[in-house]
Write a protein of this length. Structure first.
Length: 200
């Protein structure tokens, strides 16, 4: 697998650009749209923690384990969320997509599907990934439904796996999609996005 280096990916209605410190105010505003930090099963930064959130993501990028993006509205350039490649293991051609969140006003739209389409296409068709994975909290049913709607397969549950922001320990639900499965999933997502354009 080729190295996962900073890159800009675009398909209306979104543009994914490499996360930078200059995005701190935009991320804070996006998180405030719905006060997303109050959702127990997500990792959205609280207003006073946005700088630390960005610093941590960039530190992980420097270590080679994460490639963070901000999600921009492709028309206005406004920051509307964030997403990342993470747990990148070039030796076996594996990476995961996560740390994803969207401003409340952009949820249940074409934004998430389009962003995931861009990330999967780049992972499989440019980087040469053999497998893309996802993980989510066992109580985050909305996230589980969204991942399953992408066409990913549920691998199983890792029990007592990671800390939540409130100090409790979560079970983690794992999903994956292989390079061999991508062409069919890509066609399915293309159809979903085309139908959304017609009805949107």
């Amino acid at each position: 697998m080729r190295p996962a280096l900073p890159v800009t990916l675009e398909r209306a209605p979104v543009r994914l650009v490499p996360l930078a410190t200059e995005h701190e105010a935009g991320l804070m505003a996006a998180a405030a749209d719905g006060e997303l930090w109050n959702i127990r099963v997500t990792s959205v930064p609280e207003p006073g923690q946005t700088a630390a959130y960005v610093a941590t993501a960039l530190q992980m990028q420097a270590q080679g384990s994460r490639l963070p993006f901000v999600i921009l509205d492709s028309d206005t350039g406004a920051v509307i969320g964030s997403t990342s490649y993470h747990d990148i293991v070039p030796a076996i051609g594996r990476l995961e997509i996560g740390y994803t969140w969207l401003a409340a006003s952009r949820q249940r739209s074409a934004v998430n599907t389009t962003a995931k389409w861009l990330l999967m296409q780049h992972a499989f068709e440019t980087l040469g990934a053999k497998l893309v994975g996802w993980r989510t909290d066992n109580f985050n049913l909305t996230s589980q439904r969204a991942i399953e709607a992408l066409g990913a397969r549920k691998d199983g549950v890792i029990r007592h796996h990671a800390l939540r922001r409130d100090g409790t320990v979560r079970d983690t639900v794992m999903y994956s999609l292989t390079a061999a499965e991508w062409p069919e999933v890509k066609a399915h997502l293309e159809d979903r996005l085309a139908r959304h354009r017609k009805t949107g």
